[in-house]
Design a protein around this ligand. Structure first.
Ligand code: SAH
Ligand code: SF4
Ligand code: F3S
Length: 485
């Protein structure tokens, strides 16, 4: 049985404001194209990425590693010598999608026996060598901390030797590897600031697939932001499973850099470089971070603060280490310190033992927190997690789905109310490119991460800022016109 019914996906598509709330989004099979001009590259690789932004960011590390070893990329699977699939294990459906893709690759391999197929990412880490038994087509299995070993493993596979490296590391941050920006718009980019997760949310597979939490050197993060800015990028999103617990000791001064300090260091690169971050864990989000956001105009007023459930009893079973009151206090502090901040969330419906009363508390939380949007899921038991070992997955699928539909409906109403409050307001927007529907219109985001569509006037170009007055809204987007201030 596989999860997320189509209506929910449709709704997610509509509500999804894309790219910038990345650690919650199960992005599907994006093919990544890059501008690799290695000149002498003799072989070609093709890569598909699934899951969260961490995976997309890792694929850029992988591309960088391979490009230094004579591999150039291709968007055409049939042209490649090496197919890589960067996988996600967060829900059962995510793994199912990967298996389906492998069967497609299998067809190609039957016509091209020398083709090497590699599985990367979280599912590789979860299944390890078992993958080679379960899926005969797979030649190499490489976990998230072993990408430096890829060239060796690929060379082995080319010589007929299947290979696995799923060692997790306590140190690896790929700090020195400059990611090859894939499928980039040249304006917005991800910067990975930490890896792994030390929380043990009982439903979650990530601590098992990504290992212990470690923070990357602040110097290399700032240098990467500076380099992106110099190359014309105007927005960076700092990525980690729990960015608020970023901690890095400067080896020269022995000073600890906190997340609030890191945010300010990146914001200082240039006032025209917007800074976003994802994801914040409610237990770790400090007022220092909120004050940094309030102080810097270029740190965007948007926080993805996943609640998971509105019931303290369920939150305890989930091992989230905060309760409803704590979460509400964090929300109140955000609105107090940054009055125009938008907050979004992740919500799991039908976790073990969830009652109708618990579910009602989740619905109430949407109203209380006034989320601008949410990513909503029903609970999918993951092998090996605390919840799988300790609790029975006892909520029937129909009940999970019904509760999810109710949560989605409530959030859609809230998103609409949230957007309607923006009518008549003027926002500073970073132009990202043409809108999907028309080359006479631009799309861009405001600080609150809302997508705005507006008619082109003057000689504004993507990558520039303009001011847009909102005239109309839907549940997912704002529409408006450029105004000169
Ligand atoms: N580190 C982030 C979350 C990463 S996973 C955080 O703590 O907020 C993204 C989201 O997937 C989670 O927030 C959760 O809502 C959802 N998720 C994780 N495991 C799940 C499971 N077993 N079933 C359903 N949804 C799950
Ligand atoms: Fe998973 Fe919790 Fe870590 Fe997020 S904080 S990755 S939900 S264990
Ligand atoms: Fe991300 Fe999926 Fe792994 S959400 S961390 S790719 S399990």
């Amino acid at each position: 049985m596989y999860n997320d019914n189509p209506t929910i996906n449709d709704i997610k598509d509509e509500l999804n404001t894309g790219h910038n709330t990345p650690l919650s989004e199960e992005r599907q099979g994006e093919v990544l194209e890059m501008d690799v001009k290695t000149g002498e590259a003799s072989k070609r690789f093709y890569i598909e990425s699934y899951g969260c932004a961490m995976n997309f960011s890792d694929s850029e590390i992988v591309a960088s590693v391979l490009s230094k070893h004579g591999y150039a990329s291709t968007r055409v699977m049939e042209e490649s010598d090496l197919i890589l699939i960067n996988t996600c294990s967060i829900r059962e459906k995510a793994e199912h999608t990967v298996r389906q893709r492998l069967s497609i690759f299998n067809k190609l391999k039957s016509t091209k026996p020398d083709l090497v197929v590699g599985v990367l990412g979280c599912m590789a880490e979860r299944l390890k060598a078992k993958f080679l038994e379960e899926e005969k087509i797979v030649d190499i299995v490489v976990g998230p901390d072993a990408y430096r070993d890829l060239p060796g493993l690929v060379a082995g596979a080319e010589a007929g030797q299947k290979g696995v490296n799923v060692l997790l590391s306590r140190e690896e941050t790929y700090a020195d590897i400059s990611p090859l920006r894939l499928d980039s718009n040249g304006i917005t980019a991800f910067i990975s600031i930490m890896r792994g997760c030390d929380n043990m949310c009982s439903f979650c597979v990530v601590p098992f697939t990504r290992g212990r939490e470690r923070s990357r050197s602040a110097f290399t993060i700032v240098a990467e932001a500076q380099d992106l800015f110099d190359r014309g990028y105007r927005e960076v999103t700092l990525l980690g499973q729990n960015v608020d617990s970023y901690k890095w000791k400067n080896p020269e001064s022995e000073n600890q850099v906190t997340f609030a300090e890191l945010l300010m260091m990146v914001a200082d690169v240039h006032p025209d470089l917007r800074v976003r971050f994802s994801t914040s864990h409610p237990k770790d989000m400090t007022n220092d971070v909120l004050h940094a956001m309030a102080k810097y105009e270029n740190i965007c007023n948007y926080i993805h603060l996943p609640v998971q459930s509105g019931s303290s009893r369920v939150l305890d079973l989930m091992n989230r280490t905060y309760d409803k009151e704590w979460y509400k206090e964090r929300v109140e502090s955000i609105y107090k310190i940054i009055p125009d901040c938008a907050i979004s969330s992740d919500i799991i419906c039908g976790f073990c033992t969830e009652t109708e009363e618990d579910h009602q508390e989740t619905l109430d939380m949407i109203d209380f927190a006034e989320y601008s949007m949410s990513y909503m899921f029903f609970y999918s038991e993951r092998p090996g997690t605390l919840a799988a070992r300790k609790y029975e997955d006892d909520i029937p699928l129909e009940v999970k789905k019904r509760r999810l539909t109710e949560v989605v409906d409530r959030q859609m109403n809230m998103s609409f109310v949230h957007n309607k409050k923006d009518i008549g307001k003027t926002f500073k927007v970073l132009i990202e490119g043409d809108s999907k529907k028309s080359d006479q219109q631009f799309k861009g985001r405001n600080s609150q991460n809302k997508m705005i569509i507006f008619t082109k006037v003057g000689d504004y170009k993507p990558g520039e800022y303009c001011h847009v007055k909102v005239t109309e809204v839907t549940r997912a987007t704002l529409l408006g016109n450029i105004v000169e201030l």
